[in-house]
Every structure is written in C-alpha cells, then in structure tokens.
Design a protein around this ligand. Structure first.
Ligand code: ADP
Ligand code: MG
Length: 701
C-alpha cells in the first residue's frame, strides 16, 4: 500500500502552491507526491563535463565554468535586464536575465568562479546564454554528477518551478522516504533470483543516478516490475474467468452447418482454415467460454471461418453477432453472408447507424424476440438498446480497428451470467511480443496459408515522372477486363485539402478514361453512407472499372476481379495501412499489382516503408518492420491496451525483459494458480490493488 505521505496532493510540498499544483495536474497529470515520484527524468546531464567557451555548440545545453568579470542592469522601457560576462581561458559569453534581475545581481560576485548551465545562442553576433542555471564554485566537489532533466513547460518554469526547483523538491522527497512509505512490491525470492535491486533504491537511482551502471540496474528493476505485473494480472484474470464463467456449450453440429458445408461451400477450405475451425469447435464444445484471436493475413479467408462458427452457434439455438469497423465492410459482410446462406433458412439482419426509423425498430424487435439468427453491423451493435434473445457468439472483424473496451462491451450482451463466446479476427499480424502484451489473455489461432492459386502481388514504386506509363498500364489491365483501385490519403487535420486532391485526381483521370466508355466510382468519408454504398456496389458489380477512394476502403473490401491497387502519396501512409490496402487485390487468380506512387523527395522512414512493401508480401515481416519504425504506441489496436501506459518498459527494446516477465508469471501461476502460497501473498494483494482501478499501468506501487 502507498503510505499517506505519498498520497498527499503535490501542494503539500513546500514551494508548490495551488498555482503550480494546478499546472502539474493539467499538464502532466501529476496529482500526488507519488505521481511526482513516478514522473521520471527523460534524460540526464553529466555535470562533470565542462565545455570550453570556444567549443560551445548551439544545439545542446552546455556547462561552462569561468569568472564573472562584469555585470550590469540595463533599464528598459518596460522591463530591466541583467547582463554579466563570464570568462574562461578560451573566451567569454554574455549571460542574460530578464526576470529576477535584482535578486540575481546580488548573487553574482565579481571575479568569483561560477558554473553556468544552459543553451547558448548567437544573438546578432554576440554569444549569449539566457537564464542559465548558476552555481558558485565553492571548492567543494559537486555531489551529483548526473542531474536529472524532467519534462517541463514554459508556464511552470515561469512560476519558478524550473529544473533546479524540481530537482530540489525531488531530493527532499527522496531523502525523506523510507520503506515504510514505499514498501517493496516484489517478493524477496523473486528479487534474489533475478538479482533485482530494491524498489526505493531503484527510484533514488532513477532520479539521481550515481553512475550509468547503477541507472541501468534501476531501470531494469522498474521495467521488470511493470511487465511482470502486467502479465501476471492478465494471466491470473484469465484463469479466474475460466473458473467463474461457464461458456455456452455448443455440443452439436447440426443441420445448418452440415447443409451449408455440403451444399453451399463455394470452395474447398484450406488446411489452415480447417485446423482453425477445429480449434474453435473444440472451444465452443467445451463448457468454458472461448476468447480467441484469429490472426490471418489479408485474404486468408477469415470470414468463412467466422461464418462457419456462427452456424455452429445457430445449430445449438444461439444467436451470433459479427461486428465490423466500417459501414462498407459491414454491408459487404451482410451481402456476401446473406447470399451464401440463401435457402438454408438462416435469418441474417444488418444494423448500423444508418439503419433508422421503422427498419431499425423492426431489427431491434426481432433480435430481442430471437427471430434473427445472425446480426451483422458496425459498432452500433454495441449500443445499450440492442438486446439479444440469447447471444452465444460475438465476432469482431478487424479487431485492430477497435479497442479493448469494445471487446469487453460485447460481454455484457448476454442475459444469463454467461458471456458469449468471443472470436476476434485481425489481419494486421502483430509481432509475437506485442501480441503477448496486447492480446495476452486470448488464445490464438493462426491462418498461415492463403487459398490456392493466389499469385504474389507485384509491388512497384513509381514517381510522378512515370505517370504516363502508369496510366498506360491501367489501360492495359482494363482492356483485360480487370478493375483498378486508386487510393488517396485522408488524414483528419487536412481533410479538406485531401478531398481536393482526390477531386483533382478524379478529374484528371476522366481525361484519360473518358465516359461513357469508362466509368469511375468515387468513394470518400464525407459521403452519405447510402451514396458510398451505391458507388461501392457499382464497382463490386463491375459497372465501373476504376474506384477512386480514400482509405475508407482500406479494410476488408472484397472484389476479386480488381487487379491493381494504386496508392497516391504513398509516403503519407503507414506500413500496416499500405499492407491492408494492397490486400484488396490479389484475391482472384489473376496476377495483381500494387503501385506505390510518391514524390521524389522522401524521408528516410518513408523510404524504408516503401522498400519493405516492395520486398515482401508477408504480413508478419511487415508488422515487425512497422513496430521498429513506429514503436508500440502507434500500432493500431494498442491504444487502450495499456501498452502505451508503461512508464519505462518498451515493447520494442525490452523484449528480453518481456520474455522473462511472462515466463516467470506463467511459472508462478502454474505452481500456484490462485496465488495462495504464503510467498505469493504479496503478489495477490498487489493484483487486487491493480484491479481496484488505478489510473494507469505504469503506476505499480
Ligand atoms: P480476410 O481473411 O482478409 O478477411 P476474406 O475472408 O475476405 O479474407 O477472403 C478473401 C477471399 O478469399 C474471398 O473472396 C473468399 O471468398 C476467398 N476464399 C476464402 N477461403 C477460400 C478458400 N479456401 N479457397 C478459395 N477462396 C477462398
Ligand atoms: Mg476480412
């Protein structure tokens, strides 16, 4: 438990009044002394390094040491300014203050030696340092060689809460703490086995390291704790859930499944699809609730697995829901699934925000009466007034587009205290390590095989000067009867501009592909759902040869006859997005192409992204590259997952620690699933504290 001392509001600290307290809250989410303690420095300055004045650079802050040889207060119209010249053996610099002028002037003794620390500017040919941190050299050796640097804001500095003040406060806090205030949070046997340093010591080192070695040890200790408790909590809760909730037992495979399988299945399932369906069947047939992640690259046939699972639910008298992240995709699932179960007596309905009035009322009514077997829709299906008669299976397609919250909301949709089985599907393969963190509480099935006859998509990078060539290529493909996607970026902040881009591109295309011989669909996010759907359907039916679109088509859209995916301004897309887009083609048996168009000038990162796309079609490799480029916080689906909330642990850089933490959590739970052994009592009490709703994951106390 946290002691009272740490729970006190920051304003309790001497020198932190209500104004500063307010700002700390607003800008850094720091409320208590404890928060301040866990707001770690983001870098350290080695105070033992003194730069000669002749060697100062203008980029980083530097420390110089010299004598003050002159000082003067210059009266200005509105404010005065203090300047002083500091000189070492190599040259001199002017120090400048605009605030605290009189006070600092008194502190400056002429011809005494000072250390000045700050950023150096070249002001109209004069080298200056404004508002340096100043320390008189007293002959005593400096006690801390590494000084912590904290994130700060101008506003806080102006109130006097600058780096120096902050360090002073941190020293006072840390100096006054004992293990009574901040008890150890890892059991002794773990610390001994792993040679981890005590928590309080780690915190002291993190704020005021005595060497880089010690700092490393301290960071490792904190990182381990963060990742270990994250894993332990997830695995423990998974066990608990298993014990607490029974699943609906789907014991029979009946007429719906069998009839569909023998009479309606449009193709032979791939080996991977068969294996995954078996895994799902065995989950559904046992009395525990399924929580399964289905990973499979774009085009690997996840929808069919979802449909077959829903038919099993139906055979056992239960309803299912399939939720997709966009209206277009939900519509498409609705159409294709309705079509493929035609004649079997399966009642499928659609629900999204655009279903209104009487139709909506009817859907809701029939759903609650149990007349609807399968509901397909957008996140609108999560709304409270959407009630099922007996929901047995929830499927979330393209899970990475949703958050963990939505997943848990589907749990609430069952009547008895029995949550539905959950299957989440994602085409953005996430690296194993990240999966362990984001989806660590799920069982995982993987479709690692594409339907037969697929040719690898050829990916080509082209710049503006190749446009005529690209247009000619489009013509050829269209002449062969193929269809083409042309995608424009759409980023919210510049939505208007992007829309103009798309319009312009569309008009230019009209010149190369004149009507009536050629027809072009346009789909973007600003359109009404009904119009979008109409345009989309024209393309699906083959009435248009080209689809000009924004990323609204990124996810899940399926037009097997489309053979070219051209992407405009490729440099503005992320890797996983590009891979998703590319996955829209290569769905039929024809050779397909992905053409990445970009400007000439590309950032290093954009080049890496494009090169990765050209080199590989393998979603897992792309995911690894993406993780390296962007870090974990930006990977879709990781928001709300807690990954971003770690204080020090980094999924990309600290994989070794992650593996250790996971392994140890597993071993402990294998031996003591309910954490009842005395040596684990600390673990158990920590978990219940964590479960009781702390604000974020990094704050593990
Ligand atoms: P994703 O995994 O990206 O959701 P889909 O479920 O949309 O992929 O399937 C992609 C395409 O492959 C669809 O046209 C689907 O009908 C087809 N498909 C799925 N499984 C097979 C299979 N076993 N054999 C042939 N085609 C298949
Ligand atoms: Mg899909």
């Amino acid at each position: 438990m946290k002691s009272d001392k740490l729970n006190k509001p920051v304003t309790y600290i001497k020198g932190v009044g209500p104004l500063k307290g307010d700002l700390l809250q607003k800008e850094f989410n720091i409320f208590t002394v404890y928060d301040l303690l866990f707001n770690f420095p983001f870098r350290y300055v080695d105070k033992s390094i003194v730069t000669s004045i002749k060697d100062v650079s203008y980029t980083d802050a530097v420390q110089i040491k010299g004598n003050i040889i002159s000082k003067q207060i210059v009266k200005g119209q509105r404010q005065s300014r203090l300047t002083a010249t500091i000189k070492d053996g190599s040259g001199f610099i002017e120090l400048v203050w605009f605030k605290g002028v009189n006070y600092i002037e008194k502190y400056l003794d002429l011809n005494s030696e000072y250390l000045a620390y700050g950023k150096v500017n070249n002001f109209k040919g004069k080298i200056t340092m404004a508002h340096p941190e100043l320390e008189k050299v007293t002959g005593k050796p400096l006690n801390a060689t590494f000084e912590p640097v904290y994130h700060n804001t101008e506003k806080l500095s102006r109130l006097g809460f600058d780096g120096k003040a902050r360090r002073q406060i941190m020293r006072t806090i840390l100096g006054s703490l004992s293990t009574n205030d901040l008890p150890e949070t890892l059991p002794k046997y773990l610390m001994d086995n792993l040679k981890l340093i005590p928590k309080l010591e780690a915190l002291k080192q993190i704020h005021f390291p005595t060497s880089f070695d010690e700092l490393d040890k301290a960071k490792n200790r904190i990182k381990f704790e963060e990742v270990f408790y994250f894993q332990l909590r997830m695995l423990f809760n998974k066990h608990k859930r298993r014990l607490k909730f029974n699943g609906h037992e789907f014991s029979t495979i009946g007429k719906y499944f069998n009839k569909f399988y023998t009479e309606k299945l449009p193709f032979e399932l791939t080996g991977a699809q068969k294996r995954v369906i078996k895994e799902i069947r065995s989950d559904l047939g046992s009395s525990t609730q399924m929580n399964r992640l289905l990973q499979g690259d774009v085009g690997s046939g996840k929808t069919m697995v979802g449909l077959l699972s829903m038919l099993i639910a139906l055979d056992n008298g239960y309803q299912s829901v399939l939720m997709a992240p966009t209206e277009i995709l939900a519509q498409q699932h609705f159409h294709s699934i309705s079509e493929s179960v035609e004649g079997l007596g399966v009642r499928v309905a659609f629900l999204s925000g655009s279903v209104k009035g009487k139709t909506r009322k009817e859907v809701l009514h029939h759903l609650e009466q149990g007349n609807i077997h399968i509901l397909i829709g957008t996140h609108a299906v999560l709304e409270d007034h959407v009630r099922f008669s007996n929901l047995g299976l929830s499927i979330i397609d393209e899970q990475h587009r949703f958050g963990v919250m939505q997943r848990s909301r589907l749990w609430m949709k069952s009547k008895e205290n029995k949550p539905p089985h959950i299957l989440v599907m994602t085409a953005t393969p996430i690296p194993r390590t990240l999966a362990m963190t984001v989806y660590g509480d799920l069982d995982v099935s993987i479709i690692d095989e594409l339907p037969p006859g697929r040719k690898d998509i050829k990916t080509i990078h082209k710049t503006e000067k190749h446009r005529p060539q690209v247009i000619e290529f489009f013509h050829k493909e269209i002449a062969k009867g193929r269809q083409i996607y042309i995608v424009y970026p759409l980023i919210e902040e510049s939505e208007k501009l992007d829309l103009a881009n798309l319009q312009e591109g569309y008009e230019r295309l009209l010149e190369y592909f004149p009507r009536p011989e050629f027809q072009i669909s346009v789909v973007h996010g600003r359109m009404k759902p009904a119009d979008k759907e109409k345009e989309m359907q024209r393309f699906v039916k083959g009435q248009t040869q080209i689809m000009v679109a924004t990323t609204v088509i990124e996810v899940g859209v399926n037009v097997p006859n489309a053979s070219v995916m051209a992407i405009e301004n490729t440099e503005r897309f992320g890797l996983s997005q590009l891979h998703q887009l590319r996955g829209r083609v290569g769905r039929g048996s024809e050779q397909s192409y992905c053409i990445l168009l970009s400007g000439y000038k590309l950032s290093k990162e954009a080049k890496t992204r494009i090169r990765t796309m050209v080199e590989t079609n393998d979603g897992f490799k792309i995911a690894e590259a993406d993780l390296k480029l962007r870090g974990p916080g930006d990977i879709e689906g990781t928001r709300q997952s807690g990954v971003k909330e770690f204080n020090l642990f980094n999924v990309v850089l600290d994989q070794g620690i992650l593996n250790t933490g996971r392994h140890i959590a597993e071993t402990i739970l294998d031996n003591d699933p309910r954490l009842e052994h005395t040596q684990n009592s600390l673990l158990k009490s920590r978990l219940s504290i964590l479960d009781s709703g702390q604000r974020d994951w990094g704050r593990i106390s």
